[in-house]
Design a protein around this ligand. Structure first.
Ligand SMILES: *Cc1c(COP(=O)(O)O)cnc(C)c1O
Length: 376
C-alpha cells in the first residue's frame, strides 16, 4: 500500500467495494520498465486499466499505447495521445473499427490471418502491419495462446503477402501469456522470431520491429521474479538472435504497469461454517467474480488479502462473492487462510488490484453497482 493510498483510506470512507489507485505508482512502474529495457518502446496495454487519469499520466510520460478496440483508441486520443503513438493490437477487428482507426491517423496494426490482412489492405492501405505468432504460454497464470497467433510458416507467407498487398511488413509480435513467471518463455519466443527475420530477409522482406507483448508478472499471493530478471533474459536472447543488428523493440506491459498501484477495499458480508463438521469457514465479501475479480476464474490469479487482524491465529477459508450465482466463488482449492477473529462488517483489502479488475465488473448483476474507482 502506497502512502497516498493509505492516506485516502484513513481520510475518506466511501461505500465499499471500491478501488483506489495511486497514479504516482504507475509513473514509477513506467520508469522502472524504461530503465530495465531502455531499448524498448513502451506501448501500455490499455485493457489492463483504461481510466482517464492513468492514460493521461502515461501520455505525459511519453508512453505509447496498445489498443484493442476503436473505443480504447478514442480513450487514448481523448487523454492526449497522438494517433502515431497508438497501435491497434487486436488481431480481431471489425471493418468499421479499422476504417475509423485509419481515419483517426492510427498507422500500426496487428493481424494473424490472411482474412484480417486483406481487411487491413483494403481499409488501412499502406499501414505498418505486424504478424502475431503463436508461442508457448507455459508458466503463465493467465494464458492467451490458444486464441491468438499463427505458425511460423504461415507468418512467413503472410508477411510476404503483406508487401504485395501494399502494406508495410513492419514486424512480428507474440505474447507469452499474462502473469508469466518464467523468463524462458521470452527466450524461446525471441529465438523463433529471430529465425523468421533471417528467413524473410532471404525472401526479400526486411522486417524492422519485434513486439514482445506483455506478460510481466505482478506480485499477488506468491513472489515473482523482478522485472530486471526478465529484462536480462530478454536482452540476452535478443543479442543471441540478432547479434548487433537489433531491430526496434516494442513491449506492451499491462498488468505490470498498474496492478500494484491499486487496492480494493471490501467488506466482509458473512463468515459462516455451513457444515459444522468442516473446519473451513466460508468468507463472503461484497466483491466477487462479478464485481471485478474475474481473474479468479479457475483460481488462476491468487490475490493477497489483508484484514484488521494481521498476525493473529488463522484457519482455512473458502472465499466467495455476494451474488446468488454458484460460480461466484473466488477460492475454494487454493488453501487460503484468514484470521479466526474475522467477522462480518469488517473491512478487507485486496492488494494489487489495479489491473484487470474495474473493467471486468458487471452491470448491476443482482443489483450490485459496478466497482467504484478513485484515482489519487
Ligand atoms: C493483454 C495484452 C497485453 C498486456 O498483457 P499483460 O500480461 O497485462 O502485460 C499486451 N499485448 C496484447 C496484444 C494483449 O492482448
Amino acid at each position: 500500500m502506497t502512502p497516498k493510498v493509505a492516506r485516502f483510506l484513513a481520510e475518506q470512507h466511501p461505500a465499499t467495494p471500491f478501488l483506489v489507485l495511486d497514479i504516482d505508482r504507475v509513473a514509477q512502474n513506467y520508469a522502472t520498465l524504461r530503465t530495465a529495457l531502455p531499448l524498448a518502446q513502451i506501448y501500455y496495454a490499455v485493457k489492463a486499466n483504461p481510466a482517464r487519469p492513468v492514460l493521461e499520466r502515461l501520455v505525459g510520460l511519453g508512453s505509447r499505447f496498445d489498443a484493442a478496440s476503436i473505443e480504447e483508441i478514442r480513450s487514448c486520443l481523448e487523454a492526449g495521445a497522438t494517433p502515431q503513438a497508438i497501435s491497434f493490437g487486436n488481431t480481431i477487428k471489425k471493418v468499421s473499427s479499422i476504417q475509423a482507426a485509419y481515419e483517426a491517423g492510427v498507422g500500426m496494426y496487428a493481424f494473424d490471418s490472411i482474412e484480417e490482412l486483406e481487411k487491413l489492405a483494403e481499409h488501412a492501405p499502406g499501414s505498418r502491419v505486424y504478424c502475431r505468432l503463436m508461442v508457448e504460454n507455459s508458466g503463465a497464470e493467465w494464458p492467451l495462446s490458444r486464441k491468438f497467433g499463427t505458425t511460423i510458416e504461415a507468418a512467413r507467407a503472410l508477411m510476404v503477402r503483406a508487401g504485395e498487398l501494399g502494406l508495410d511488413p513492419y514486424g512480428l509480435s507474440f505474447h507469452v501469456g499474462s502473469q508469466q513467471t518464467n523468463t524462458g518463455s521470452y527466450e524461446a519466443a525471441i529465438a523463433r522470431v529471430a529465425m523468421l527475420f533471417t528467413d524473410l530477409r532471404d525472401a526479400g522482406v526486411n522486417l524492422r520491429m519485434v513486439n514482445l507483448g506483455g506478460g510481466f508478472p505482478a506480485r499477488y499471493r506468491d513472489e515473482v521474479p523482478a522485472i530486471d530478471t526478465f529484462a536480462g533474459a530478454i536482452m540476452e536472447a535478443m543479442t543471441r538472435g540478432f547479434g548487433n543488428a537489433l531491430p526496434e523493440m516494442v513491449i506492451e506491459p499491462g498488468r505490470s504497469m498498474v496492478a500494484d498501484a491499486g487496492l480494493v477495499r471490501a467488506e466482509v458480508v458473512l463468515v459462516s461454517r455451513r457444515d459444522p463438521a468442516e473446519p473451513v469457514r466460508w468468507v463472503y465479501l461484497d466483491i466477487g467474480r462479478f464485481g471485478g475479480l474475474a481473474e479468479t476464474e479457475g483460481e488462476a490469479i491468487r490475490y493477497r488479502f489483508v484484514t484488521e487482524h494481521e498476525g493473529t491465529e488463522t484457519g482455512p477459508v473458502a472465499l466467495a462473492g455476494p451474488t446468488c450465482d454458484g460460480a461466484d466463488i473466488l477460492y475454494e482449492k487454493s488453501n487460503y487462510h484468514m484470521p479466526l477473529a474475522l467477522k462480518s462488517g469488517e473491512l478487507v483489502s485486496v492488494l494489487s488490484t489495479g489491473a484487470y479488475v474495474t473493467t471486468y465488473a458487471s452491470q448491476r448483476f443482482n443489483g450490485f453497482l459496478p466497482l467504484a474507482e478513485y484515482y489519487v
